[in-house]
Each structure stands twice: as C-alpha cells, then as structure tokens.
Write a new protein. Structure first.
Length: 349
C-alpha cells in the first residue's frame, strides 16, 4: 500500500469526485420523481443486482416480466381493468429500470474510486470513516428502495408512503453529506480547517428535513391532487378547493394518524410549513452573505424556485414535468442549504 499523500492536489481531486457523485444523486432524485408520477415503481417485481442491469431483450423475456407484473395489486385493481397493454407496460418498466440503472452507476462511481484512492493512500486523515459512512448510506438506500417497492407488490396498489419518505430522505441526506465532505476537502486543499456544524445551521437543516418529509408523504399519498384538478385552477392555491383549511380531513383515527396519513392534512402542512422554512433560510443566507455571497445567492434562488414550482404543480393539476422539476429543485435546495451551512461553519470556526 502506498504511503498516504496529504497534498492539496489529492484533496481537490477527491472533492471533484464527490461533487460528481452528488450530481448523479440529484439526477436519480429527478428520475425517482418521474418513476413515482408515472406509477412505475412496481413494474419490476424482482431485485436482480447483476442480471437486472439489462432490460428484457426479446419477446419471451418481456412476456415473462409482464406476467409477473400482472400478479401485483396495482395491475389487478387499476391497470388491468383500465386495459393496460404490453406497450404501456414497457413505458413504465423503462422508468423503473432506468432508475435502478442510475442507482447501480452511483454505487460503482462511489465504490470503485473510493477503493482506488484508499489503496493509493490519497485519503486524508480523518476522512476514511466519513467516506465509509457515505458508502453505507448508499447501500442502505438500495435496501430501502427495494423494501419500498415490495410494499407495492404485496400489500397495496401503491408503495407505502412511509417507505417512500425514508427512501427519499436517505437519498437527500447522502447528497448533503457528499456536498459537505467535498467542501471540507476543498478547504483542506487551500490549507484551511474543516467547517463545523453550528447550532443555527442544524436548526435550518432540521426544519428543511421536516418539509422534505411532508413533501414525501404528499407524494406517496398522491395528496397533490386534493387541492383541485385542471390547469391554472385558482382554487388550488393559496386555498385548497376554495378554503384555507380544506374539508375532508379525517380525524377519526386520531390526530397523529391524520397528520401522517391524511392527504388533506399532509398537503396543508407541507404547503404552509414551507413559509417557515423560507424564513429560516433567509436568515441563514443573510448570515453567510458577507463571507460567502455565492452560498447566499444559491439559497435564495433554490427556495424561490422551489416555492414557485410547488405552487405551479398544484395549480396545474400535478402536471408531470412541473412536479418533477419541483422534486429536482428540492434536491438542489438541499445542496444549497448544505453549502450555506458549511459557509456558516467556516465563518464561525
């Protein structure tokens, strides 16, 4: 094994590698949004880490995959009665296959270079545990993804909204960890100390996590549709079906159940807690404006675009590409918040 090389060049190389992996994570979050919105998640009923890399290559293979899908509750209760054809099935199969393919690429793009840098002794002191933790998060993400899909194959016509939330939040936590570690390595390359997580930055990240959690619940419960349907429906925002507090919230099973599983209430919390998060992020951006203006600009741009896309999503009746952009921007908001939190940690170091 080579002697450890703690040079600015190696730290900069590692930082670029991690930012490249972070870009792939942003991509898979966007593709995950397409997979969810097209109801493609349970189209592939088995997890084959190696052989599943290739899609069906002949008609017999397609018929076998389609036959397995026809045993799922989603097909039996929704798509079968609606007259799904093999060609329609191939469309939803593609998005789930593509989602899993990107997951495999991310795993290889992280694990193989990590092994190479480790053998070459290019990983600076103190970073090996963090990189191994990010690798473990990636493995956990794959496991939770299959656990989520299984809930839609066996239990229901759709995947569990709690498992979907876990799947999304692990991906975004991985993204934040990749960005933060890359920024620490960039600081190391400049001969500066790593940042520390301040109390306010932790508060901002926690507030954003709550918002992302409710966003995942809204996605899993299809709660975006309860605001109203149709393009430019003015009753969909700021009101929901013409009212500030929507009718239809089911309290019969208790307040906690309603908060976590009622589409009307989860949507209501998600749309209005967003403004609390915006206020907190404005304070974060102001705190870092003097010493890291790009981070301040990134935070403002990300939450501004995210709010507008969220409003456009419900007013358009959940138009596919607007909803996907909303989820994509959510990932960019996580990266921007990590950038601002890191800048605040460096300022106070």
């Amino acid at each position: 094994m080579s002697k450890a090389v703690h040079s600015p060049v190696s730290a900069a190389i590692l930082a670029r590698w991690l930012l490249g992996v972070a870009t792939l994570v942003v991509l898979i979050v966007a593709v995950g949004g397409i997979t969810r919105l097209t109801e493609s998640g349970v189209s592939i009923t088995e997890w084959k880490p190696v052989t599943g890399t290739l899609p069906p290559l002949n008609d017999a293979a397609w018929q076998a995959e389609y036959a397995a899908y026809r045993q799922t509750p989603q097909y039996l209760e929704i798509n079968g009665p609606a007259g799904m054809t093999l060609e329609t099935y191939k469309f939803i199969y593609f998005w789930e296959w593509f989602h899993r393919l990107i997951a495999r690429i991310i795993g290889l793009a992280f694990a193989l270079p990590l092994a190479w840098f480790w053998v070459r002794g290019m990983i600076p002191a103190g970073y090996k545990p963090r990189l191994l933790a990010l690798l473990a998060l990636g493995a956990l993400q794959g496991t939770v993804g299959w656990w989520m899909v299984k809930s839609g194959i066996v239990n229901d016509v759709k995947v569990s909204h709690f498992r979907l939330a876990a799947h999304l939040l692990i991906a975004l936590a991985t993204l934040g960890g990749l960005v933060w570690t890359a920024l620490d390595l960039r600081a190391l390359a400049r001969g500066e100390a790593r940042a520390r997580l301040t109390g306010f930055a932790a508060f901002a990240l926690a507030a954003l996590t709550v918002q992302l959690f409710f966003g995942a619940l809204v996605a899993g419960l299809r709660a975006g549709y309860v605001a109203g349907a149709g393009w430019f429906n003015w009753d969909a925002w700021p009101l929901m079906q013409g009212k500030f507090v929507p009718d239809g919230i089911g309290w019969a099973a208790g307040a906690l159940h309603a908060l976590l599983s009622d589409p009307f209430l989860t949507h209501f919390v998600h749309r209005w807690w967003a403004w609390g998060v915006v206020a907190i992020l404005i304070v974060l951006a102001r705190k870092v404006r003097a010493n890291h203006r790009p981070a301040s600009i990134a935070i403002h741009c990300a939450f501004g675009a995210q709010v507008l896309l969220g409003i456009a999503t419900v007013m358009s009746g959940m138009a596919l590409w607007i909803a996907v952009l909303h989820q994509l921007c959510g990932a960019l908001l996580v990266a921007a918040t990590a950038l601002g939190s890191h800048a605040l940690g460096r300022r106070n170091a």
